[in-house]
Write a protein that binds this ligand. Structure first.
Ligand code: 5AD
Ligand code: SF4
Length: 455
């Protein structure tokens, strides 16, 4: 569906006089962050200016429901805005994203947060301008369930914050139904964007000077499964590789079960695909993986990870959940065992969080919260013990990177990320910003590396 905004001119005209400011509060994953860039693009195309947390008029909460806490955060923030509404300030509140796809949230808003103006779910950008117009001009305040989670919107304006790297969604939704995960229920079924739309977006970005592209999808290697003609994720990568100006291609997340040899070959033969691959493990125990509906075993995961590590300079990152219902000590130790064998450069660690409506939510769980926290700590410790050794392998070598900008703590130092996604700090000056340079790594400091530009 092509994004058409028939309210653009009307709201622009209103803003000529009222100069309303917008503020977007994004929770959750990179997919949500990408959606928020689109909402920012929509706001700006209608003459809204970017404001901050305290001085804005339209507050858009782009919500997440993958793990706990987000609900409390949202309702806390709404409470704060209520005061400004009561004081008759021109304030509008919109809630969009994954959380509002759940009925209990809608009921809660209807009951206790009646001052909210707009509530929309996921993939609702095409109706957002209309809802905004109605809220601002007609004073409409509506909490309704509009399910557009299976739609695919094209040509939505997007406002990137970064100048050199940009994220591009290639597939929406998920068909995997991992037993702990709410995403398939709130983001609908897998829909792949047409290759020509993706390529044309990336060509435009390259022309504007973007050098690094992050391809996004809940499960990127399912890309193309919904096409009649064969066009796969590895084929898409090869086509993106041909685009002049793009230096680094990243993607997240692939599912280990769909990571086939053709994809490994394409990565191996590419000079642009990042030497960092995110390969979500979730658990290192085969029985737990079965209960999670992940469709691979401990051994299959290890063998895939080690195969990927044979590609020179490749680093791996992963997601791990500890404390899945009734995970035993032995089963948790299998996770530690995989972490020891694979040696990840980055691990996103989560304590299992029960999501109502998922299969795992009905599973018995005798593990205490303290035990789960203890496992998280042990995993963290193991990870931090491995990291210096992995970093040390990079010392003395030279890596190509894009100079992103000044380091926060020191005026003379600049930062960039290697293809392996390692932060490097080095001396440079403003003329280097946005340029691709070769940096020799001098030393490692756990969370970053220090280096020198080679001239
Ligand atoms: N509890 C804890 N972590 C979860 N994730 C997804 N659902 C849950 C849950 N219910 C984690 C997974 C996923 C990442 C984005 O969030 O590790 O890969
Ligand atoms: Fe959730 Fe699994 Fe889909 Fe990832 S692959 S979004 S964890 S259901």
């Amino acid at each position: 569906m092509k994004f058409v905004n028939s309210y653009k001119e009307k709201l622009k005209k209103y803003n000529d006089e009222h100069k309303l400011k917008y503020y977007i509060d994004t929770m959750g994953c990179q997919m949500n962050e990408n959606d928020s860039l689109k909402y920012a693009g929509i706001f700006e195309s209608m003459g809204f200016e970017k404001g901050d947390e305290n001085n804005s008029n339209v507050y858009l909460f782009n919500t997440c429901c993958v793990r706990e806490n987000a609900e409390n955060t949202l309702f806390g923030r709404l409470g704060m805005l209520k005061k400004r509404k009561i004081n008759n300030e021109e304030v509008y509140i919109a809630i969009v994203g994954c959380m509002t796809q759940q009925e209990h949230i809608l009921e809660k808003i209807k009951k206790s947060y009646r001052f909210v103006d707009i509530v929309l779910g996921t993939s609702c950008m095409s109706i957002f301008p209309e809802k905004l117009y109605k809220a601002i001009i007609e004073g409409e305040r509506k909490v309704e369930y509009i399910d557009m989670s299976n739609s695919l919107e094209e040509e939505v304006p997007i406002k990137y914050e970064d100048k050199y790297k940009a994220s591009v969604s290639i597939i929406y939704g998920c068909n995997n139904f991992c037993s702990y995960c709410i995403v398939p229920y709130v983001r609908g079924r897998e829909r792949s964007r047409k290759p020509e739309d993706i390529i044309s977006d990336i060509k435009k970005l390259a022309k504007e000077g973007y050098k690094e592209i992050m391809l996004l999808g809940q499960n990127v290697n399912s890309y193309g499964n919904d096409f009649k003609e064969k066009y796969t994720f590895p084929m898409l990568l090869q086509d993106i590789e041909k685009i002049d100006g793009i230096e680094i291609i990243r993607f997240m997340s692939p599912h280990p079960k769909d990571f086939k040899d053709d994809l490994i070959e394409v990565i191996k033969n590419s000079s642009k695909i990042a030497r960092q691959i995110h390969l979500p493990l979730q658990s290192g125990n085969t029985e737990i993986l079965k209960k999670m509906n992940r469709k691979y075993t401990k051994e299959e995961y290890i063998s895939l990870a080690l195969k990927l590590k044979e590609i020179p300079d490749v680093s791996l990152s992963t997601d791990i959940i500890v404390g899945f219902p009734n995970e035993t000590e032995q089963q948790f130790e299998d996770t530690l065992d995989v972490v020891k064998k694979v040696e990840f450069d980055q691990i996103y660690m989560f304590i299992y969080s029960k999501r109502n409506g998922t299969v795992a939510a009905k599973m018995e769980d005798e593990i205490t919260y303290e035990q789960k926290v203890d496992r998280l700590e042990r995993l963290k410790k193991l990870y931090e013990e491995t990291l210096p050794k992995l970093n040390a392998r990079m010392v003395g070598k030279t890596y190509k990177l894009i100079v992103e900008g000044k380091s926060k703590n020191n005026d003379k130092l600049y930062t960039g990320r290697t293809s392996q996604n390692k932060v490097v700090i080095f001396e440079a000056d403003d003329s280097y910003i946005g340029k691709v340079v070769n940096v020799k790594i001098d030393s490692e400091h756990l969370w970053y590396l220090k280096g020198t530009i080679e001239k």
